[in-house]
Design a protein around this ligand. Structure first.
Ligand SMILES: Cc1cc2nc3c(=O)[nH]c(=O)nc-3n(C[C@H](O)[C@H](O)[C@H](O)COP(=O)(O)OP(=O)(O)OC[C@H]3O[C@@H](n4cnc5c(N)ncnc54)[C@H](O)[C@@H]3O)c2cc1C
Length: 326
């Protein structure tokens, strides 16, 4: 197998990774973005109101614009999952996907966060056959159906508001003992006739035949041993998001929450490996913050490559790089 060599590989194709790729390719670096999808978590919302320059835009449209801009500067894309990263004896990084291997001088880890699983019997079996982790993507499949959503905090309330506009009946299995009743999302839900809250409870099992048919819900309270069987066609899991960084745990230092530790320039504990966005230990997980971190990581990666080649480093990206010259 001939391994393809790049100046920099970016793992993750969303706010952080696409911005990194924009900055790298503007510096004429041979850049490869490897990602499972384009857009990441932003695809889960059809209404972003706080990305500068847009009063209101769907995550899909925003990410599409990012990708178009990156592609125009010549970055390459591979749609695959990265499963391992190692360091070659020559110091290059070897990035393995499910189907291929690539090597690069520098590496940017920008693979964000993914939905947390429920970890109950039946979850894997009915994933994609009734169990979903994306209300915006899969909600329309359940128009006028009886469905449930399970989760905690703002995540579950936000998904429930949307799902309640589609479903004939929506059970909201709320994991916490207390709901913030002043919450605007809760206020919207409590007035909807098709919404039933099952508080302080959790899903214990998911059952069905070819597709999901029912979920078993149990109270979390010690005083209440109530177990209910909900006859539903779909279950939406809204348990928050986790960094799935196990495949880089021997490469870079992680926090106890498994986030990649970075400094303000995007450097990780390993020389030549940079990280950006929600996968890092920087607080305030937002698209614009991921994008900013992506730019910093890319400029740091560029300077790392320049130094390796005994060339000058830079502090900005102000030069004009006309797209038509590419
Ligand atoms: C419902 C919802 C609403 C939101 N609303 C807003 C909002 O209004 N405003 C705002 O600023 N932010 C919002 N956010 C947060 C925002 O979406 C995130 O902060 C942002 O998407 C983070 O970008 P990222 O590039 O760091 O990571 P992610 O968006 O998590 O993207 C990671 C990328 O890496 C890919 N990937 C993951 N693992 C691998 C692997 N092993 N191999 C290859 N590719 C991999 C994924 O497929 C994905 O493309 C919202 C998030 C959610 C879930």
């Amino acid at each position: 197998m001939v391994t393809q060599q790049y100046d920099c590989i970016v793992v993750g194709g969303a706010s952080a990774g696409l911005t990194s790729a924009l900055y790298l390719s503007r510096q004429s670096l041979k850049t490869l973005v490897i990602s499972k999808d384009i857009g990441g978590q932003a695809l889960l919302t059809d209404d972003i109101e706080n990305y500068p320059g847009f009063n209101e835009i769907s995550g899909f449209d925003l990410m599409n614009k990012f990708q178009q801009q990156v592609s125009a500067y010549g970055a390459e894309f591979v749609y695959d999952e990265v499963v391992s990263v190692s360091v070659n004896p020559d110091g290059n990084f070897r990035v393995k996907t499910r189907g291929e291997e690539y090597t690069s001088t520098a590496l940017i880890l920008a693979f964000g966060k993914t939905p947390r699983n429920l970890e109950v019997p039946g979850e894997e079996e009915f994933r994609g056959r009734g169990v979903s982790y994306c209300a915006v993507c899969d909600g329309p499949l359940y128009k006028k159906a009886t469905i449930a959503v399970v989760g905690i905090g703002e995540h579950v309330l936000q998904a429930a508001v949307y799902l309640s506009t589609l479903a004939s009946k929506l059970y909201v299995v709320y994991r916490g003992a207390k709901i913030n009743e002043d919450d605007d999302l809760y206020q919207q839900l409590r007035t909807r006739d098709n919404v039933e809250f099952i508080r302080n409870s959790t899903v214990k099992e998911i059952k069905g035949g070819r597709i999901l048919e029912k979920v078993i819900v149990a109270s979390n309270s010690k005083e209440d041993s109530n177990i209910q069987e909900l006859q539903v066609r779909g279950l939406f899991v809204e348990m928050g998001y986790v960094a799935r960084t196990d495949f880089v745990k021997d490469l870079v230092e992680l926090t106890k929450n498994k986030e990649i530790i970075v400094d303000k320039l995007g450097n990780t504990s390993r020389e030549g490996v940079f990280a950006a966005g929600d996968v890092t230990d920087i607080p305030y997980k937002q698209a614009v913050i991921s994008a900013g971190q992506g730019a910093s990581a890319a400029l740091s990666a560029f300077n790392y490559i320049q130094k390796k080649h005994g060339k000058n480093t830079i502090r900005t990206d102000w030069k004009s790089v006309k797209i038509e010259q590419k």
